[in-house]
Ligand binder design. Structure first.
Ligand SMILES: Nc1nc2c(ncn2[C@@H]2O[C@H](COP(=O)(O)OP(=O)(O)O)[C@@H](O)[C@H]2O)c(=O)[nH]1
Ligand SMILES: [Mg+2]
Length: 552
């Protein structure tokens, strides 16, 4: 996997690890994932720097001797008494940072792009050695795994190497070939059966090679030491970039696999949880709807009052003014009681939002009504909490849940009553702009006629016949009476129409309200959101794994 793709994957991993989770199993793995992402980022930064090969293996397997033989000098302590190597030796080319911690640093012009690190022994009695070895393995690009015939079955070294499978290139070296039989086939078989990929294995005598180089002892067969040296000096360094990239890709894969293993198979569980929450919600919606239907929708007078309010706001003229007075008188008692009743809820819900009175009657009290409605769902809340906490989600107490519930309920109500409110305003406008002027004409024209015609007739007779014909003297009284009757009839008709329209509106709103509460999830929106988010996160994780899978 090329460095640029690796960088993108690490970016994605960092983003994934940075986002908080409401779901326990993912959240629990997040700190570790963050740490790993930071380590991967650090490793990515080291791609251009020299390759680090770490000599690794049990006590007395000849690691230090091998380093000395490669260096052609006794730079690391060796010995038959174990453990000998207390302090790691870092054999490095000039100009690299000495950032391997406390170690003996030996610089050499001979080394090109390779840093060789000799480690303390892994099966040593000193436990701090093991920690130090693990630390150095972290930095390794290549592990030079040294064993002898006696020690190649040692579990301790393998246990340290196992978590790094596919994250480090492993080169196998059987040492002390001058004394021991060849165990490579058996050893490699073992490693491969564990899933290690090994493509280089050497059988050497470092002791003989060292003697040859120093000229201080009996020379003898060095076995494949020459080939190993050639490999380390000339073959390995040019592969530096691809080795590091392969290691990193393996590390990313291992990281994602480990994260995925923690939540393995739990997606189905989340799906089931969603179903359970939905079925609880499907129980709540109809209950609320029937509550509203029983109360809100059946309260005809409340609707008539709400519509009457809208009409009287725009009413004018004689009939209009009389209607306003009538409405005001009729509403006087409910102005006090209404604060506590459903009419109050309806009034405040249907009042245009942002109107000056919006905050006045019953806003707190209708939420009290909604709270009262929500009291019925303690069982659903407890059941949902049981499901949620079993799956690993945080749960909230009834009070907090109820607060959200009321907010959601109010939101739905407002959302659904919005169109109703508009319809109501439209009808009210129709009545005041068109009906009222007609009614005004209907009383005004006959009134004008009854008052005006006797006067006209009087003047006509005066001009035409020059005689005075006394008009009827009671025409003013009769006109006033007629006016009263006509206006009363009109007022009654108008009030009846308002009432009729209010009730019609109620019937039409039923459908809208049903839509708000029946069939669409209600009550656990927040919790469902969290579960859905957890599922999305699982999908993200899977997508990341697909992106780095060797086949993809
Ligand atoms: N015969 C033989 N002895 C070796 C060879 N390599 C190392 N030794 C001896 O094994 C002992 C332990 O070697 P050392 O390099 O200190 O092992 P380390 O603990 O793995 O670093 C020393 O006494 C070495 O002389 C080898 O190739 N052949
Ligand atoms: Mg040693």
């Amino acid at each position: 996997m090329p460095e640029r793709d690796l960088s993108e994957v690490i970016d994605a991993l960092e983003r994934f690890a940075a986002a908080e989770d409401a779901w326990g199993p993912l959240e629990a793995g997040r700190p570790e994932l963050r740490e790993r992402a930071a380590w991967l980022r650090d490793q990515l930064g080291r791609v251009p720097s020299p390759l680090v090969a770490v000599l690794f293996g049990g006590t007395g397997t000849g690691k230090s001797t091998l380093l000395n033989a490669l260096a052609g000098a006794r730079i690391a302590e060796t010995g038959a008494h174990r453990p000998t190597t207390e302090e790691p030796t870092v054999y490095h080319p000039p100009g690299i940072p000495q950032d391997f911690g406390a170690a003996r640093y030996v610089q050499s012009e001979r080394l090109g792009d390779l840093v060789l690190v000799d480690t303390p022994d892994t099966d040593s009695i000193r436990t701090e050695h093991c920690a130090r070895v693990e630390e150095l393995l972290e930095r390794a690009d290549v592990v030079l795994f040294c064993v002898t015939q006696q020690k190649y079955k040692n579990e301790k070294s393998l246990a340290l190497l196992r978590p790094l499978k596919n994250e480090r290139k492993v080169v196998c070296i059987q040492t002390r070939a001058d004394e021991d039989a060849d165990i490579r086939d058996d050893w490699l078989e073992r490693l491969r059966s564990e899933g290690f990929r090994i493509d280089h294995c050497y059988r050497i005598s470092a002791e003989h090679a060292l003697h040859r180089k120093l000229g201080d002892g009996p020379a003898g067969d060095e076995f494949e030491f020459g080939r190993l040296e050639e490999y380390l000096d000339h073959k390995l360094p040019p592969e530096r970039r691809s080795i590091k990239e392969d290691n990193l890709a393996g590390a990313v894969r291992n990281t994602l696999d480990a994260a995925a293993a923690k939540v393995y198979g739990r997606d189905a569980e989340l799906g089931e949880l969603l179903c359970r929450l939905e079925s609880l919600e499907n129980g709540i919606g109809p209950v609320i709807f029937s509550e509203l239907q029983d109360k809100l929708l059946s309260e005809g007078p409340a609707w008539v009052a709400a519509f009457g309010e809208a009409v009287s706001e725009g009413a004018f003229g004689l009939v209009g003014t009389l209607y306003r007075i009538l409405h005001w008188l009729r509403m006087a008692p409910s102005r006090v009681i209404g604060k506590l009743s459903l009419a109050g809820l309806l009034q405040s819900s249907l009042r245009p939002s942002g109107s000056a009175e919006g905050g006045a009657p019953g806003v707190g009290s209708d939420d009290a009504y909604l709270r009262h409605v929500s009291e019925r769902f303690t069982r659903e809340h407890a059941e949902a909490n049981a499901y949620l906490s079993r799956a690993g989600f945080d749960v909230v107490g009834f009070d907090e849940w109820q607060r959200d519930f009321v907010v959601e309920l109010r939101g739905r109500l407002d959302e659904r009553l919005g169109p109703v409110r508009e319809r109501m305003a439209r009808r009210a406008r129709l009545m005041t702009r068109w009906l009222l002027p007609v009614l005004e004409l209907l009383w005004f024209v006959p009134f004008l006629y009854t008052v005006g015609s006797p006067i006209v007739r009087y003047y006509w007779n005066l001009v035409r016949y020059g005689e005075i014909v006394l008009p009827e003297t009671d025409f003013l009284a009769r006109s006033a009476a007629m006016l009263g009757v006509v206006v009363l009839i009109e007022l009654a008709a108008f009030a009846y129409l308002v009432r009729w329209s209010g009730r019609r509106l109620r019937a039409r709103s039923r459908k809208d309200l049903a839509k708000a509460f029946v069939g669409s999830g209600f009550g656990f929106a927040k919790q469902r959101g969290e579960v859905e988010r957890a599922r999305e996160r699982l999908e993200d994780l899977e997508a990341l794994r697909r992106a780095v899978s060797p086949s993809g």
